[in-house]
Design a binder for this molecule. Structure first.
Ligand SMILES: [Zn+2]
Length: 171
């Protein structure tokens, strides 16, 4: 590996830095650090924040499932992606639905992450030239991550229905 780190979630290869991983996500410290830069850009611009912030958080979390990442978090963020891609919710409409779901479901399924998730990563978003490109890349990245989890879509749809007001799925 000499001098390089490979993110166990998204596969991103980065020069190794002294930064430590401050997250329970299944990610390298270098990848987590880039995610922090992307979040800082979104917190710094209200329009960008409203357009894509929730999608950014959901795409990053789902792409970094596995390892120490708790099932509850993976499930909640998968539902976030489902609500946007299959129910057409706008990014700011998602968080209240996820909060409601998180309080109502007590027993979360474990979804094995798909092999070889996508090509886009948080690196592509961090490298965007401007806010429009940032938003476009988040949308493309999130769509790719959602598509990669196709084998679990049916189960996630059950949770998404509960997030929209239905009964939580029985297990
Ligand atoms: Zn990563």
């Amino acid at each position: 590996m000499n001098g390089e780190s490979r993110c166990p979630g998204c596969g991103l290869v980065m020069p190794r830095s002294a930064k430590t991983n401050g997250s329970y996500y299944h990610c390298s410290g270098e990848c987590w650090s880039l995610f922090g830069e992307v979040l800082a850009a979104e917190f710094g611009n209200l329009l960008l924040f409203r357009k894509v912030h929730q999608l950014t958080v959901d795409a990053y979390a789902v792409q970094h499932a596995g390892g120490p990442h708790p099932d509850k978090s993976v499930c909640v963020h998968l539902v976030g992606l489902c609500l946007v891609h299959e129910h057409g919710l706008a990014s700011p409409e998602v968080a209240p639905k996820l909060q409601g779901l998180a309080t109502r479901v007590k027993d979360w399924p474990h979804f094995e992450p798909p092999q070889g998730q996508g090509h886009l990563t948080v690196f592509d978003v961090a490298a965007a030239a401007d806010h429009d490109e940032h938003a476009a890349r988040v949308r493309a990245w999130a769509a790719e991550v959602w598509a990669d989890w196709a084998e679990h879509h049916a189960a996630v749809r059950g949770l998404a229905a509960a997030a929209l007001g239905g009964d939580p799925p029985r297990r």
